[in-house]
Design a protein around this ligand. Structure first.
Ligand code: GLN
Length: 515
């Protein structure tokens, strides 16, 4: 198949150049051939997708199909799809099947998208490399010894490997944009509240956003248009009208002001990425864009603030997984057996200590004698992976009575300062530019023992989530190591149009280069 973008595929399907079933077959064949290397797709129902394609083809033929007819889309495995496994790449949900569609899924279906494949990710969206997963790491299609980024690693890899035309991911601190940068695709994190979170398994509710990963900026605009808008099921979703996002992409304006924050181009950034972005910006200047040096002084507190607030929210959100109502439940017989053994050991010790052969256990046992509490503990111990446990402990700690003010309360205040930095900057500029990630994709396994190194990957993306503003990764070049890297634009809340406009200017430069 010669088409990669949804817009091109849709045209080809409309004119009869290719059937929608053949489009699905094309992706299914790619998955069959290459997924054993890439490991992006974790569940697949080709028959269902083909049946959907046939039905939608009928609608196309009768000119009654929706906006996304022709689009074949993969879904990160934490967005609920009715009757499909929604595992969050976690043992605790490994046998969980959703009984309803998330609002974004409903909207994609209403506009006649075909859904193909559930995608690998970091467990509960915690990670930057897609290595924290029960399915084994996803791999970067540009070099399978490298990570695809995370947590939406499967979503970015699937687009880059041509397993679907587009995917949905989620972004709490950079999880759409960073993997998009590592895999050389477009990834958009909408403004908080632009897209309903109903049916998105929660990680950190005041940060989480669903957004598209695509081959082109126009595809991102079209997907965003479909998934955005008020949802009575999500009180944090905004009732603002959804603009015609595609219109910002068709004829992008270059009479815009782009803020260049010094803090985002300092130490830690790969020199070649810096130069690459700078040369992109000089080319934009030639087109009439005004570059404005700006400052976002509280950026340096972004990572610390995020890891206090996001873990606090996570520890509370993840409390619901008790193994009783749903999710993994430890074997109750094992729990009872352990309890029996423990009681026997205590009894034996007491008998030894007292010389009394007929000790009856009383109060001493209250602490050990709750098989329910034990069942919770064992289910959670077995169900959650190391990184998730680390964050639950961190979050519980920063919320605990003695530390709440020093950590959680303080971090909330810093979050406000970071937001104010952006508000002030956007008084003067339309968008802000920065790198998306400090480096290109790194080796699988190279950062797994050092969580802090892993956390530093999000240094440029995390502030947008803290401030609730929107951001996009657009491919910006290929490093001399052969790997792609992107640049990020950020725009004020509900200014996705400006974001798409600026991203399209960069994309257009790349098109000129390849002609
Ligand atoms: N990498 C960041 C984290 O581990 C961001 C994750 C995300 O955006 N879901 O928390």
């Amino acid at each position: 198949m010669n088409f990669r973008s949804i817009t091109d595929i849709r045209k080809a399907v409309k004119t009869g150049e290719i059937s929608l079933q053949d489009v699905v077959r094309h992706y299914a064949d790619n998955i069959e051939q290459n997924n054993s290397d890439i490991n992006a797709v974790v569940t697949l129902d080709v028959d269902q997708a083909l049946a959907d394609a046939e039905r939608i083809q009928g609608k196309i033929d009768n000119s009654e199909a929706g906006k996304l007819a022709g689009a074949v889309i993969g879904i990160k495995d934490l967005i609920c799809e009715k009757d499909k496994q929604t595992t969050c790449a976690s043992n605790i949900l490994s046998n969980f099947e959703s009984i309803y569609d998330a609002t974004v899924i409903e909207r994609l279906k209403e506009e006649d998208a075909v859904l193909l494949g559930r995608l690998n990710m970091d467990e509960f969206a915690m990670g930057s490399s897609n290595e924290n997963t029960i399915f084994g790491p996803a791999r970067n299609p540009h070099d399978t010894s490298k990570v695809p980024g995370g947590s939406s690693g499967g979503s970015a890899a699937a687009v880059a490997a041509e397993f679907s035309a587009a995917t949905l991911g989620s972004d709490t601190g950079g999880s759409i944009r960073q993997p998009a940068s590592y895999c050389g695709v477009v990834g958009l994190k909408p403004t908080y509240g632009r897209v309903s979170r109903y049916g998105l398994v929660a990680y950190a509710s005041s940060f989480d956003c669903i957004g598209p990963l695509t081959n082109t900026v126009e595809d991102a605009a079209e997907m965003l248009e479909v998934i955005s808008g008020y949802d009575p099921n999500d009180n944090t979703s905004s009732s603002r009208a959804v603009p015609d996002y595609s219109s910002y992409v068709k004829e992008p304006q270059s009479n815009i002001k782009i803020g260049v924050p010094e803090e985002y181009f300092g130490e830690g950034l790969d020199a070649e990425i810096r130069e690459g972005i700078e040369s992109r910006l000089s080319a934009l200047e030639q087109e009439g864009v005004e570059l404005v040096p700006i400052h976002l002084p509280h950026m340096k507190y972004g990572i610390a603030t995020y890891y206090i607030l996001a873990t606090a929210e996570a520890s509370s959100n993840l409390a619901r997984y008790d193994g009783i109502r749903y999710g993994h439940r430890a074997n109750i017989r094992d729990v009872k057996e352990e309890l029996k053994k423990e009681k026997a050991a205590i009894k034996e010790q007491m008998e030894l200590a007292t010389g009394d052969k007929k000790v009856t256990l009383g109060k001493e046992l209250e602490e050990v004698d709750s098989s329910l509490i034990r069942l919770y503990k064992k289910s959670r111990t077995e169900g959650f992976g190391t990184e998730v446990k680390r964050r639950i402990m961190l979050g519980t700690y920063v919320l605990s009575a003695g530390y709440y003010d020093a950590y959680y309360g303080k971090a909330q205040k810093v979050r406000r300062l970071i937001k104010e930095d952006f508000t002030k900057a956007f008084e003067d500029v339309d968008v802000i530019v920065s790198p998306t990630a400090p480096t290109t994709a790194f080796d699988i396994g190279s950062k797994t023992d050092d969580p802090l190194q892993m956390y530093l990957n999000d240094v440029y993306t995390i502030t947008a989530n803290l401030a609730g503003i929107c951001g996009i990764n657009v491919p910006a070049g290929t490093h001399s190591n052969g790997l792609p890297y992107g640049l990020q634009f950020m725009a004020d809340t509900f200014e996705e149009g400006k974001l798409l406009n600026a991203a399209r200017l960069i994309e257009r430069q790349s098109e000129v280069e390849t002609i």
